[in-house]
Ligand binder design. Structure first.
Ligand code: SF4
Length: 453
């Protein structure tokens, strides 16, 4: 296994990486750094010193892509300042736009999410007249044998990708086209990575996949040795009782009772599920091809809460999907009130070229209506977050310290098992320590706590 920390060596050529989008991209950047560090590169956080500038990109919404185009203009200024600087666009936008990114030689390298092993050879092959591209998607690539170089600052929490791609083809989503078919990673390599992180001082790992509940490792010899997500969760939890385990993202159609009971059985599996609902209207869910309806979603929430009463539940919501009526929107609001999510990522629908929705359904909700609905959803969620947090008052929680609070350096902040952010007075603990606290008051975003013991 290689070094899991960035190499700092001034004599090496320098790589600068900007990461956009989801947690999978954060982990992919760590895989990229591992590959390039083995090739003799060292990480820099100063673009002015970089020999290679990479942007690991996101295509999920149009404004995410617009941001990258703006950054490309700034990267190109580096080329004017210094000869030989190489600019690469990697990740989902590279996969979606392919050689359009090379038009007019805007960048030197375009590499999709399954082609990071080829980055060293792409970099070597670049000349002023020959940009390089590799956007082949794979049915096997999981980067299982690569030990990501951790770029986080706190050394406490790390991501582990357990699978890549997605087979669901939700009608609005570009991910199946940019990240390809679903592939699960060998569980032995996942457990090994968790153990290595723990031995290097990490206290929390988050198992990542577009749809972790459909994780399935098929044993080539004996089907009895197949490993599903609940079993994987248990294997990672057994690494050490003081290593916390989180996971993301769950799919409401796939989250099984077995996963819920496994969570309940192990104290170190955090009691938090991110369960994207997207809409509270069954008609919209069908159009989105989510493969569950409102009743199914509410039943899964009921099941989670009956087995794990304190489980944090968070979600994603889309406002103004194609053809959404006022009643569909009201259904979303009523579902949010019924569930009382702890928090939510909320967006106005953004049509993505090439998706089923873009081909089949007109993006017919006016911008002003989308915005109005989104604002209503955000305002409601703010009230629900406060309501959910108020239920925590008086509870005793175990918090993993992330570091000093941003607002007051005499205080610490960290997350409880249910993923809620806690702030409390410092007694000199550092990131990675556990503290016992009691919640005394709350805002919609934070639990304000006193120390116990
Ligand atoms: S489950 Fe649906 S929304 Fe999530 S990545 Fe797959 S296609 Fe996209």
């Amino acid at each position: 296994m290689n070094d899991i920390r960035p190499v700092t060596d001034d004599s090496r050529p320098k790589i600068y990486i900007e990461t956009y989008g989801c947690q999978m991209n954060v982990n992919d950047s760590e895989v990229i750094l591992s590959i390039l560090q083995d090739e003799g590169y060292a990480l820099t956080d100063d673009m002015d010193k970089a020999d290679v500038i990479l942007a690991n990109t996101c295509s999920i919404r149009d404004n995410a892509e617009q941001r990258i185009w703006g950054r490309i203009d700034q990267f190109r200024l580096q080329k004017k300042k210094r000869d030989g600087v190489i600019i690469g666009i990697v990740g989902c936008m590279a996969e979606r736009l392919k050689d359009k990114l090379l038009d007019g030689h805007q960048v030197d390298i375009v590499a999709g999410p399954d082609s990071y092993r080829s980055l060293p050879s792409l970099i070597r092959a670049v000349t002023p007249d020959t940009p390089q591209i590799n956007v082949l998607l794979s049915h096997e690539e999981t980067y299982a044998d690569i030990s990501p170089v951790r770029m986080d600052r706190n050394g406490v929490s790390a991501f582990i990708s357990i699978m890549r791609g997605c087979n669901n083809v939700c009608s609005y989503c570009v991910v199946p086209y940019t990240r390809g078919a679903e592939r699960s990673r060998d569980p032995k390599t996942i457990v090994r990575e968790a153990r290595q992180l723990f031995e290097n001082g990490y206290k929390e790992v988050t198992l990542l996949g577009q749809n972790v509940d459909s994780y399935l490792w098929k044993d080539s010899v004996n089907a009895d040795n197949d490993v599903n997500f609940a079993q994987l969760l248990e294997m990672v939890a057994k690494t050490d009782p003081s290593l916390r385990v989180r996971f993301s993202t769950s799919h409401p159609k796939d989250i099984s009772d077995e996963v819920i009971y496994t969570m309940a059985m192990y104290d170190n599996i955090c009691k938090h599920i991110h369960l994207p609902v997207q809409s509270g209207s069954s008609a919209m869910l069908e159009k989105m091809r989510r493969k569950y309806n409102r009743e199914w979603y509410l039943e899964r929430v009921h099941k989670i809460r009956s087995v794990i009463p304190d489980c944090g539940i968070t979600t994603d919501v889309i406002a103004g999907f194609c053809g959404e009526t006022e009643q569909d929107h009201r259904d979303t609001l009523s579902l949010m009130e019924e569930v009382v999510f702890d928090s939510a990522f909320m967006f106005a629908y953004s049509e993505r070229p090439g998706t089923l929705a873009a081909r089949k359904y007109p993006d017919d909700i006016p911008y002003s209506v989308k915005t109005e609905r989104l604002n209503e959803i955000i305002a409601l969620q703010s009230r629900m977050s406060l309501k959910s947090n108020e239920k925590e008052i008086g509870k005793r929680l175990r918090v993993l310290v992330e570091g000093p609070s941003k607002k007051n350096s005499d205080e610490l902040c960290g997350r409880a098992s249910n993923n809620k952010m806690c702030v409390f007075p410092s007694c000199g603990e550092k990131a990675g320590d556990y503290c016992e606290v009691e919640v005394v008051s709350v805002t919609s975003a934070t639990l304000i706590c006193r120390r116990l013991g």
